[in-house]
Design a protein around this ligand. Structure first.
Ligand SMILES: *Cc1c(COP(=O)(O)O)cnc(C)c1O
Length: 389
């Protein structure tokens, strides 16, 4: 074995993680400080403010859980669901299935409202279920990373509120890349992850809880079954009490603070437009190559594009060649679309015109090497970039 190990310089265009801006990496390399150091408390307040801006919320309980996106999902469900509570989950892909799984694990009685993968949930079907079931919680995924679908949520959240239910939203692949408006949409709780559009390594899960959601947590008849994810305890550490709960991963928060500063400096609207523009160019390039996009066109997700693997082409050899010869990572399909689609992410710092052109060229070249000759997508992508410059 060599006596050092060096991370290869990948272009990360899978479903996450995405590439990290050098500013964020440098911020993370600063000296560690204690989790109750006055300087650290200043940083936590800044991170809270930055997350409120990003989530577009005034919720005082807005913080970063120490853990990946799944820990955010788990934190929301262990706090908001008690055994026997009715939960309506909209399922339009793999992460909707996970919401069902986790809600059931904490004793929720789950009603699923499903739609075929690649399509958006029908708000009418969800609203109907909410009125029929009268659940305590309604949950769905905003950006389905398994299908590349962006789900409109306003109508669903309004129906939840009308029925007296809380609305929970998975924003793991939307936050930082696609507009998220927690307060305007009437969403009561949301979670995300740092490694997709926010622009950090994985390891933190931003969450936000409305006053209504915190009221539900305080009025539980059973204790939250997890100490680590107990929002009442976590909010005592993140709030003014500053009561020790766990040793916060300081360097991860250095990185998140820097990423949030960069997001604020870029501006939310400009950032969303950048994700939209690059995704448009990628899709134009893929379509010019004669490839078919998997998701329903009306709901295309800017941070992740799903493209159908052409007839007769094997998934794995293509992705392996991209990684080996091009240092380029893209994702394969999950569950029912495994081997049928590729998932190409353009998230955070990775969302750039250069990466769009690089990936299109790499894919074209790898397919040609395997004897699949397709038209070139570069001109179409460049044209799309110019059209929206
Ligand atoms: C990635 C992802 C998750 C899980 O996040 P991890 O950081 O992998 O734990 C949850 N929901 C969606 C929509 C995701 O894309």
């Amino acid at each position: 074995m060599p006596d050092t190990w060096i991370s290869p310089e990948r272009v990360l265009m899978g479903p996450g993680p995405s590439n990290i801006h050098p500013r964020v990496l440098r911020a993370m390399a600063q000296q560690t400080i204690g989790h109750l150091d006055p300087h650290f408390l200043v940083l936590m307040d800044r991170v809270g403010e930055g997350l409120r801006h990003l989530f577009q919320t005034r919720n005082p309980v807005t913080l970063a859980i120490s853990g990946t996106g799944m820990s955010g999902m788990e934190a929301c469900l262990v706090n908001l669901v008690e055994p026997g509570d009715r939960v309506v989950v909209g399922v339009h892909g793999y992460f909707g299935e996970r919401l069902v799984d986790l809600a059931a694990r904490v004793g929720g009685e789950v009603t699923r409202v499903e739609v075929e993968w690649g399509r958006a949930l029908d708000p009418a079907a969800l609203i109907d279920a909410v009125r029929r079931v009268r659940p305590a919680l309604v949950a769905c995924v905003h950006a389905e990373t398994s299908t590349g679908v962006l789900q409109p949520v306003e109508e669903i959240a309004a129906a939840a509120r009308e029925a007296g239910a809380l609305m929970l939203l998975d924003t793991v692949t939307s936050l930082g890349g696609v507009e998220v408006r927690i307060d305007d949409w009437g969403v009561d709780a949301a979670y995300s992850g740092t490694q997709k559009c926010v622009g950090c390594p994985s390891g933190l899960a931003p969450v936000t809880f409305s006053e209504r959601a915190m009221e539900r947590v305080r009025r539980r008849s059973t204790r939250v079954p997890s100490f680590y994810f107990d929002l009442a305890l976590l909010s005592q550490y993140w709030g003014t009490e500053r009561i020790y709960h766990h040793t916060a991963p300081a360097n991860m928060l250095f990185g998140l603070n820097e990423a949030l500063d960069m997001i604020a400096a870029e501006g939310l609207e400009v950032r969303y437009a950048r994700h939209q523009r690059n995704a448009r160019a990628l899709r134009a390039g893929l379509q010019a190559m004669g490839l078919r996009l998997f998701a329903d066109e009306a709901y295309w997700l800017p941070s992740l594009t799903t493209v159908c693997i052409p007839e007769g082409v094997n998934d794995l050899p293509v992705r392996q060649a991209l990684l080996r010869d091009w240092n380029l990572e893209i994702g394969g399909g999950l569950g029912p679309v495994r081997g049928r689609v590729w998932r190409i992410g353009l998230m955070g710092h990775t969302s750039s015109p250069a990466n769009v052109l690089y990936a299109l060229h790499g894919l074209h070249s790898v397919l040609a090497g395997l004897g699949v000759s397709l038209p070139d997508g570069l001109a179409a992508a460049a044209q799309a970039l110019e059209a929206s410059a």
